[in-house]
Design a protein around this ligand. Sequence first.
Ligand code: SF4
Length: 320
Amino acid sequence: MDELIRVQELKKYFKTAAGTLHAVDGVSFSIQKGQTLGVVGESGCGKSTLGRVILGLLEASGGQVLYGGSDITRAKGEERFRLRREMQMIFQDPFSSLDPRMSVSEIIAEPLIIYKQCAGRGELDHRVAEIMDTVGLASRLANSYPHELDGGRRQRIGIGRALALRPRFIVCDEPVSALDVSIQAQILNLMQDLQQAQELTYLFITHDLSVVKHVSDHILVMYLGCMVEKCPAKELFHHQYHPYTKGLISAIPIPNIHRRQEPVLMKGELSSPIDPQPGCRFANRCPYAREVCSTTTPQLVQVRENHLVACHFVKEINGL
Ligand code: SF4
């Protein structure tokens, strides 16, 4: 299987009145063609910023994003235009990401017009109808406006718009978080069907581990801008080694009254991502923290095949 995306030591910092906010701080990973990398973490951990930097919507403060071998962070002009066509985004809130003054067909047609993908009106109409059919939107909705549709249909428009330019890579930023549970399953199934049919590669960002479990090949856990654990998706739910990941997994409700799981409580306050000092960013909340955790930043180490964890005491905590 070929690699499509390689992210190396990616950083995104923001200047604020209080200091420099380290939203993404040295994140590295790769995604193979046709696979999904789930990125999970609490709100504010930098996962959405990561997605935007990878797509070039925000300029990186350091590091590289290689797409099919091309360095996106330095691409300019025509090359950047081409790369943007192949890399798209599905947003969390379809309502606010769609222009309320445009009809369904106009929203889907817009990227085709901007990128001059169709020879004339007939071809454009044909392509829009084809995309609507692919994402399960009835043709009678072509002249409807986003406010006339429910959340599931609005997200189908967002997916259709993202697919219009036949991308190869899509950043999905909390694509089902704003939807009812019953609709979530339909949208996730649609995205998986499209992935198989079109060999799409996804970066799937979410705070919801029960969602990411079903769609990901690998999962990356972020905490305050840093990677703390990364491994194959199936493995994470059986063998999680970082204290933060253990806390996240133990908080997932189990639909079985005969099985009990004690939640791993995370005490303390979140540390500040502004001008962070060396040390583990989880130290304030970690039940295993010792002095070295507040002075020395833990590096990612391999604890099993394809399984990386950033914790000074990972072996001791897990009896490895
Ligand atoms: Fe906890 Fe220290 Fe490991 Fe950080 S490095 S997770 S504070 S034990």
